[in-house]
Design a binder for this molecule. Structure first.
Ligand code: XUL
Ligand code: CO
Length: 517
């Protein structure tokens, strides 16, 4: 049921700009004094009254300011902006309309004229870059079809894309780049059986042409990665599906992408984004472990990494942290689509991440990974349907950025003070001897181990100390707030009786109550 609803939802979301065009008010013509003409030019600001967003610290009451994200601040020898490498997702932020399976669009941005023209695409691109510049972010992500309209032929579609991409390159300037680009192989009816796993040869061929072009434009824009998300690479029923045949086709397709990447000199990482289902009942790239196995089986390890999306991880029954860690320990952590689902909703709600606990865990993995570069944290997240003011676009991103920034601060603190490491290390201490070394070297036979078992008898098993770990994490949130807001040392705060437990600490309730821990 959830899948069915989501299928409708996804389609409505993406095609709303064509199907619902006639339903929309032409707010641009009415309200903009002709600023949004068919030329695609827009002389004024798209977000008048919204300043460049600045860091004001945790005590700021200004909704249009960062409390925890301080781009230039150095943490563990690296600027926050270089740990986090934030990116705006064009499709949600500029093509999301607020449709849901039961309701029409709710968002009518002033620059939209209700058409799906190239002129409108160019104007929207200008809005995108004003938005990115005001947020102080250096990266964006896009699907080919959400930045430029599809034409009647491949050639016409490609020329539409070229026109919009040329403008995007100009607007990017020297600092902004795509974190990644991708081809949208799921919306058009031709892809109903899949793209590279379609039963139709003509569709495989078409998908290849589309990916080829999307790789070219990503390269032209200086993109740092290229993503494959196979929304329709899966099945609705195994009764009519030759799974092995389809998976082989997918591998051949990805091999051709690797060859083309090398041919055009694209140095970015190729990423696969796992998701268990939606819109298909079963997507082949189910989760990080399944996708890793696929890559190994087909000799593609070394050519691809993974783009872990938090809401996809939770749909597959894992935490985001689990899938990030699975990718990391396999040497495949390439990028994170930083969003979250809703515990009470069974589908991909693509919300901005607001859970400091999860953000802390994710950032522990990112630090252990030595960062994500050339990957980053992409906000594959959309405004809630009921959030309809232009400033909500900013506030949503600010909350997402501050949550991850706070996660980074917490993670650094926990790693620095060694508490997590110490406890984890202690758990495995019993292996630190001759026998442990033999086991790890693969030299302990069952006969040898049986002898030991008889000699030692019943083993003593120590506590895992989970609650103690949670206490440490909770305390880190408190310490961090005091350290940042008062600028005084934690010791001084403690002396003044400010370092209290959460039950009677007002600051903690104000600033730490978002944590899951
Ligand atoms: C869909 C999703 C996509 C990919 C890119 O769930 O996450 O937007 O990130 O195609
Ligand atoms: Co995604």
């Amino acid at each position: 049921m959830a899948g069915k609803i989501l299928l409708i939802f996804l389609c409505m979301n993406v095609i709303s700009f064509s199907v619902n065009a006639s339903l929309r008010p032409h707010s641009c013509a009415a309200e903009s004094g002709g600023k949004c003409s068919e030329s695609g030019e827009w002389k004024g600001e798209f977000f008048p009254g919204i300043p460049k967003i600045k860091y004001e610290g945790p005590d700021s009451q200004n909704p249009l300011a960062y409390r925890w994200y301080n781009a230039e601040e150095v943490i563990f020898g690296r600027k926050m902006k270089d740990w986090l490498r934030f990116s705006v997702a064009f499709w949600h932020t500029f093509r999301g309309t607020g449709v849901d399976p039961f309701g029409a669009p709710t968002k009518y941005w002033p620059w939209e004229d209700g058409t799906n023209s190239v002129a409108m695409a160019k104007r929207r691109m200008r809005a995108n870059f004003e938005f990115i510049n005001k947020l102080g972010i250096d990266r964006w992500c896009f699907h080919d079809r959400d930045i430029a309209p599809e034409g009647k032929t491949i050639q016409e579609t490609n020329s539409n894309l070229d026109e919009v991409v040329k403008l995007a390159k100009e607007l990017q300037g020297d600092n902004i780049r795509p974190l990644w680009g991708t081809a949208q192989l799921f919306m058009h009816p031709r892809y109903m059986h899949g793209g590279c796993t379609s039963s139709e040869l003509g569709v495989y061929v078409y998908a290849a042409a589309q990916v080829k072009k999307a790789m070219e434009v990503t390269h032209y824009l200086g993109g740092e990665n290229y993503v494959f998300w196979g929304g329709r690479e899966g099945y609705q029923t195994l009764l009519n599906t030759d799974m092995e045949y389809e998976l082989d086709h997918m591998a051949r397709f990805l091999e051709a992408a690797v060859a083309y990447k090398k041919k055009i000199g694209f140095k970015g990482t190729l990423l696969i984004e796992p998701k268990p289902q939606e819109p298909t009942k079963h997507q082949y790239d189910w989760d990080a472990a399944t996708t890793t196995n696929f890559l190994r089986r087909h000799g593609l390890i070394g050519e691809f990494k993974l783009n872990i999306e938090c809401n996809h991880a939770t749909l597959s029954g894992h935490s985001c942290h689990h899938d990030v860690e699975t990718a990391r320990i396999n040497g495949l952590l390439g990028n994170i689509d930083a969003n979250s689902g809703d515990a009470q909703t069974g589908w991909d709600t693509d919300q901005f991440l607001t859970d400091i606990g999860e953000a802390t865990m994710i950032m522990i993995s990112v630090i252990k990974n030595g960062g994500l570069e050339p990957g980053g944290l992409n906000f594959d997240a959309k405004l809630r349907r009921e959030s309809t003011d232009v400033e909500d676009m900013f506030i949503a991103h600010i909350v997402g950025m501050d949550t991850l920034a706070r996660g980074l601060r917490n993670a650094a603190k926990l790693i620095e003070d060694g508490s997590l490491n110490e406890l984890t290390h202690k758990r495995y201490e019993s292996f630190e001897n001759e026998l442990g070394a033999l086991i790890e070297a693969g030299k302990a036979s069952f006969e040898m181990l049986e002898k030991k078992a008889i000699e030692w008898g019943e083993p003593k098993v120590a506590s895992a100390k989970q609650s103690l770990l949670h206490t440490r994490i909770l305390q880190t949130n408190i310490l961090q707030y005091l350290a940042l807001s008062d600028i005084r040392s934690v010791e001084a705060a403690a002396k003044e009786g400010k370092l209290r437990s959460t039950e009677n600490c007002k600051h903690c309730l104000l600033h730490g109550n978002n944590s899951n821990f």
